[in-house]
Design a protein around this ligand. Sequence first.
Ligand SMILES: C[S@@+](CC[C@H](N)C(=O)[O-])C[C@H]1O[C@@H](n2cnc3c(N)ncnc32)[C@H](O)[C@@H]1O
Length: 267
Amino acid sequence: VRFETRFTYDFIKRSLPPHCARILEVGCGTGELAAQLTREGFSVVAIDTDREVIATARRGGVDARFAQWPYFRDGLFDAILFTRSLHHIHPLDAAVQGAGECLRGGGRVVVEDFAYESADKKTLRWFASASRILAAAGLLVERDEFLDQVLRKPESLPAWRKAHDYDLHTAAAIGAELGAAFDNLATENAAYYFRYLAKAMGGAERCDAVAQALANQETALIADAAIIAFGRRYIAARARSSRVITASLPTAGRVSGDSKRPRSRTR
Ligand SMILES: C[S@@+](CC[C@H](N)C(=O)[O-])C[C@H]1O[C@@H](n2cnc3c(N)ncnc32)[C@H](O)[C@@H]1O
């Protein structure tokens, strides 16, 4: 399992509700996370709108289905996961409310996503310099137009904005929608930029350690407030009694029993 998936898996694992048995993953891609959870004994259904990735996920042993959220229903789940998919899904309010409707009592919606609107000059300066080191080492074998722009230009903010300037939801919109639909919402920041470089390194095994080192560096820079965190993680619970759910949520994120607004841990 690639480092990027392990990084997500660690978050998902500590965010699942107690006695979690049945999980839905929305926008599963090639299904690495779903396969890992399936191997661990969870009953996992994974959906995606891309037939090719569904075929790959099935080959990996996942009960993957070609379906579009929020128009998919198959009973109730203990956890519904969106890993880097919610920013794509329209309409956002129906996507979030639909997840709430499909949760068992005590269930959770767990989201890993990004805040593309958060990127600033100094953060992208670090990202560009990390990218150049890997490029100089010959490790960036799968470059795309965006990464090429970052590598070419000293100023990458316009390139960043252009690359993300399409129909994606902001983290502010995602957080607000989750906050409106769930009684309890824990929000945390996380490293994310390393994923672009891990992808550009093409998934070679020797690059796994490099991806991990980058994620560690990114995490440390976020903790020092030297860069702005790009990753956002949300754990939403539809509490029958908010006190009970608040007590059982992981301690990593701040939990609010009465606020409708998402909270950030480090900003
Ligand atoms: C950026 S990829 C993330 C894939 C995987 N979760 C991961 O983290 O590697 C987003 C995925 O969401 C899927 N997707 C987008 N809109 C969707 C929708 N409305 N319903 C289900 N899947 C969707 C895309 O086809 C794509 O595979």
